[in-house]
Design a protein. Sequence first.
Length: 446
Amino acid sequence: MTNTVKEVLAFVRENDVKFIRLSFCDLTGTQKNISIMPDDLEHAFESGISFDASSILGFSDVTKSDLFLVPDPGTLRLMPWRPQQGRVIRFYCDIINPDQTPFAFDTRRVLKEAVRRCEQAGYACNIGAECEFYLFKTDEQGDPTQIPLDTGSYLDISPLDKGENVRREICLCLEEMGIKPETSHHEQGPGQNEIDFKYSDPLSSADNVLSFRSVVKAIAAQNGLFASFLPKPIPDRSGSGFHINLSLISDGLNLFRHAFPAEHRIPGVQLWAAESFIAGIMEQTAFMTAFLNPIANSYERFGSFEAPQYISWSCQNRSQLIRIPAATGEKTRMELRSPDPAVNPYLAFALILHAGMDGIEHRAVLPPPVNENMYTASPDLLGSVPRLPDNLGMALSLAAGSSFVKKALGDSLVEKYIHIKQKEADAYAAAEDKHAFVCRHFFRQI
């Protein structure tokens, strides 16, 4: 939906809108919002609505605590689960300083800059997300338990799959919000589900990820359940991935469509950019991992249940970091399989785009595919393939020393992010019961 301010104000008047949510997220990707009344919306577009930035993780201290939210008119969405009389709408916002300059830690702005870089080089990128989550039962007080909703497995149906109706409600709600679901199903773990929605431009896709997470949690709660996006909520069962699918467009041509597999190549069309884009991402993956896998629990997922552990690629192979799915036409794409649902999608997408563009600019050479099952491969093979970081502390150390990460996100943002996450990593390392620590600090929040 693309709106002008005038169109938005008319929509509010004509559709019985009584409450307006202005949404954004903190550095870690946790969504926040402030509500205003319709009479204040025009002022919000002109000057912004102030909030206390010192109370938002990683933003500001009390000496410079005033920041302002300016709604993006193109992100207007009705909240379908709210009353039809006295409707509620939501905008995602840009964050500005009191002098009207952009706020340095506005991660949505960071992604906009990455998109601008792609456009200036003559490329566009479409991103589609596959986001997995668990449904857990709640107790008599409505608090979440760690008992999964069912004992179903991959693609099971009722009665093993008890989440079918909840997924249907989520899909219908997303559709009303202009987010088109494509597939939904039970995943491998007990109570684990996946809903995939249609690809979009990077900024819209990141906005949609935040909307998706809020819709899932809201609909689950309405059904007396708790939805968790924790990467590894049950230690010995399948982790939840956030697979990121990307296609690269140049002069209206999806470069992946004809670059993979090799027999689809078009004579005379230079498709090296698709390979260099992937090569650039692979070169920087280890340095980006602190942002793609942002909590200590993220690293418990690697190396099992189709989650990668090595920096390699192949066609179709689900044991790889990057795979080229068996798709045709405009759906041909690359799939990055290491990220998990705890990400800040704006930072994750920004880093991936910058890495891919670095690869194109430097004509990075894509290494040969590793057409092996990485879970059963020989030690000799595995010893020759670089690994993802083993834990959050290692990932943070790599990010802190990366000129690429600092250039992509800004020195001050990286420093602040690492400061926050290092505290988490140290506390996790000191905890005697790791799973209890994760449940206490992250189970409800993510």
